[in-house]
Design a protein around this ligand. Structure first.
Ligand SMILES: NC(=O)C1=CN([C@@H]2O[C@H](COP(=O)(O)OP(=O)(O)OC[C@H]3O[C@@H](n4cnc5c(N)ncnc54)[C@H](O)[C@@H]3O)[C@@H](O)[C@H]2O)C=CC1
Ligand SMILES: O=C(O)[C@@H]1CCC=N1
Length: 290
């Protein structure tokens, strides 16, 4: 873990502080819905406290099936609604158009944006000089197995940080960074990371099928192998992944034959390095497009 990323020591509270406090989720697409699933499953928010704004009828229906209220535009929200937290889960390219309509809640609300690459200075121009946090979650949040990296602007007080952590903690671990550019790094590692792992599963399954294992068994084995290895890697933090790898690798055995290819000229390391750099640079460049 980079020295700048400090995990928040936050054991799950018995009673989440977000309970009874209206929470507004703006955008309920892939990531917004993953967050919503995580919050509700962990009891971090009660369905009756959550209001979703989402223009897609299909996605509103999906949200409503979890018991929350959903409408298609900000203007349809009850005039008296005073949200305590507003989570902006819309695309970076559309946030400048969408966010300003939510500035009217600034008297009661703190804002969390999950938009990749959209810096707090830009968000402050859209919403005002108020408490704004950037969070970079990932889709395993829907199962409470996600990682979220958070940066808070200077207007964010301790109570607001705690409230946001209480909510995000429902989706898995929460880590604060104190330099905003580290959100770009986190985006490239944990935000986009699940896609790299899914690609690995796809590739492994394709190879398994090529070896004659059959489509279903091929996919089952690829999924189970990644899930099992990840569970092992998580089960004992004193064991470095390299040590776990060595335990699989018999001298002059089959794993050694495969690793000789993957480790040759640091091929995999370099490929992943290029990929992660591209994601980090893309995150940084998105800020110039907003
Ligand atoms: N998909 C992922 O794994 C992650 C995504 N993010 C960030 O989350 C944000 C959303 O990404 P996705 O969920 O993947 O995209 P998405 O396209 O699935 O979701 C965006 C949603 O915003 C809705 N929307 C459009 N206009 C709206 C408006 N005026 N008011 C309310 N909602 C509106 C869309 O209908 C759509 O459902 C992006 O900024 C992305 O950078 C961050 C971490 C991970
Ligand atoms: O691909 C993207 O831009 C978003 C941010 C991290 C994951 N998905």
């Amino acid at each position: 873990m980079p020295a700048d990323i400090h995990p928040v020591c936050f054991s799950a509270p018995e009673r989440f502080e977000t309970m009874g406090q209206p929470l507004l989720l703006v955008g309920c697409g892939n990531m917004g819905f993953s967050l919503l699933q995580g919050w509700l499953a962990a009891g971090a928010a009660a369905p009756e406290d959550v209001y979703v704004v989402e223009p897609s009828e299909m996605l509103r229906d999906r949200a409503c099936q979890l018991g929350v209220a959903a409408c298609s535009t900000v203007d349809e929200l009850a005039p008296g609604l005073q949200p305590r937290l507003i989570v902006l889960a819309v695309k970076p390219q559309s946030i400048a158009e969408i966010a300003p309509a939510y500035a009217r809640f600034a008297g009661t609300a703190a804002y969390v944006s999950i938009a990749a690459g959209v810096i707090t200075t830009s968000l402050e121009k859209m919403l005002g000089d108020i408490a704004i946090l950037r969070a970079m979650p990932n889709t395993p949040t829907s199962l409470g197995k996600g990682s979220t990296v958070v940066f808070a602007n200077s207007r964010t007080d301790g109570g607001t940080r705690e409230r946001v952590v209480a909510l995000l903690r429902a989706g898995g671990s929460v880590h604060f960074v104190d330099r905003e550019e580290l959100i770009d790094a986190a985006t490239a590692i944990s935000g986009s990371g699940p896609a790299y792992v899914f690609l690995f599963i796809e590739c492994l399954a394709r190879r398994a099928a090529t070896l004659g294992l059959g489509e279903k068994l091929a996919l089952d084995l690829a999924r189970e192998t990644v899930a099992g290895a990840a569970a092992l890697a998580m089960s004992d933090s004193s064991q470095h992944p390299a040590h776990l790898r060595e335990k699989v690798t018999s001298p002059n055995g089959t794993t050694a034959a495969a690793l000789e290819i993957l480790l040759a000229d640091d091929a995999l390391d370099h490929l992943l390095g290029h990929a992660v750099d591209a994601a980090r640079r893309r995150s940084a460049s998105l800020s110039g497009e907003v």
